[in-house]
Design a protein around this ligand. Structure first.
Ligand code: AMP
Length: 223
């Protein structure tokens, strides 16, 4: 089977990361988050991390060449799995075109998680992540059983630097100007699906699982 990339679009806080992790676990797909790869590079102080750090902390996008490399390497690696869930890419129309330029290597499908800015901002304010295993919580909507401690691994829960209020404002400005047009780029195409993100996590996950099962049937029929 030709490789498949399912990419999740959506505003910051729409739930891309959480849903991508759940879907990857459930279906056994590989999950690639450009944000996670960049945060790890920053943590390790690699050359990529050094170039990305200040931009990320200010809520700006990292240059297309740097993130494009992450995605291309993941998709074209000789041992690349059949299906990827991508989250955080593409963030602008140039990146969407770049992803399409990998069409020899993979077919691209898009799930757009729709959430109003006001609701997304609330989610970001409450978001915490486990420094140990990366599990994501929300102090308002899905808290850990012990405050500040991960249920899964006992690690410490932290807030992302770019979830600070001023940075969130900048991230939304960038989203409105650069990322929202990516939805228009794909909308109306048979590979584009839009999902209402303003519901309980489980309900969104159920709809997305249904979509993926539908895609899997489509892929089997193509063979
Ligand atoms: P995320 O975890 O997806 O919210 O990404 C966190 C930050 O990483 C973003 O605010 C950007 O600074 C950077 N980043 C992640 N993905 C991309 C991308 N596709 N293009 C440019 N910058 C990105």
């Amino acid at each position: 089977m030709k490789k498949k990339v399912i990419t999740l679009l959506g505003a910051p806080g729409a739930g891309k990361g959480t849903q991508a992790k759940m879907l990857a676990d459930k279906f056994g797909f590989k999950h690639v988050s450009t944000g996670d790869v960049l945060r790890e590079a920053v943590r390790l102080g690699t050359p990529l991390g050094k170039k990305a750090r200040e931009l990320m902390e200010a809520g700006e996008l990292v240059p297309d060449e740097l993130v494009g490399g992450i995605v291309r390497d993941a998709v074209t690696a000789p041992d690349a799995p059949d299906v990827f869930i991508l989250d955080g890419y593409p963030r602008n129309v140039a990146q969407a075109r770049f992803l399409d330029s990998l069409a020899d290597s993979a077919d691209v499908y898009v799930i757009d998680l729709k959430l109003e800015e006001e609701d997304a901002v609330k989610r970001l304010a409450g978001r915490r992540y486990c420094a140990g295993c990366g599990k994501i919580y929300n102090v308002f909507f899905s808290p850990s059983s012990r405050e500040g401690v991960c249920d899964a691994c006992g690690g410490a829960l932290e807030q992302r630097k770019d979830d600070a209020e001023e940075v969130v404002k900048e991230r939304f400005r960038v989203y409105r100007e650069q990322t929202a047009p990516v939805s228009d780029f794909y909308a109306g195409q048979p590979r584009y699906f839009s999902v209402d993100g303003n519901r309980e996590l489980e309900d969104v996950a159920a709809e997305m699982s249904g979509l993926i099962k539908k895609l899997e049937r489509r892929w089997r029929a193509e063979k």
